[in-house]
Design a protein around this ligand. Sequence first.
Ligand SMILES: N[C@@H](CCC(=O)N[C@@H](CS)C(=O)NCC(=O)O)C(=O)O
Length: 201
Amino acid sequence: MLKFYGTSKSRSARCLWALEEVGVKYEHEPTPTTQAKSADHLRINPIGHVPVLDDNGTIIFESMAINLYLAEKYAKGTLWPASVEDHGQIYKWSFFGMTELEPHLMTLLMHKLFLPADQRSDQSVKTATEALKAPLGVIDAALKGRDYLLGSSFTIADLNLAAVLSFGLYIKFDFSATPALNAWFQKCIGREANVRTRTMK
Ligand SMILES: N[C@@H](CCC(=O)N[C@@H](CS)C(=O)NCC(=O)O)C(=O)O
């Protein structure tokens, strides 16, 4: 039995999206970030974070690792294409999202939303916004003339990258300077499986 620990109000949302896309039966144990350092949770993730997946005793933490695992194990031929070359592209875009986008988007979230007003820095917002221009441009260029990152089908690469970019929704980030990215992003986040996750705990 698959058991998932996390909350849709965190990075766990990207795994809930993957679980819903895959369509496998799973049990969701809603785990808010405030419970991530509890003794029970530390037993399955010693760093004290959500999300965590327990697949019949195989425990996996790290949201991207969970999604790559779910796709390879449960969505061969759909989210997970057959060729090793395509797997390389999937790893590329997933790690690109985590390393080139997520830190800057987190800075924007912190300084526009989460930090108390007196700790917010306009300079941090400016620097992060500037730093996002190059990676967003890279994605925009890659999407020109194709429906999805790997070609004509939606794969876990699209899900992982669009899920990272979804941080931008909380701060109404304007993606209009990168139109191909913007059109693809709207298409991805509008998928039924993702929309379902929004009402989850
Ligand atoms: N790189 C990890 C980051 C996980 C993470 O930072 N989770 C946050 C919620 S988005 C958390 O559990 N925070 C609880 C805490 O720091 O106590 C991943 O992608 O899974």
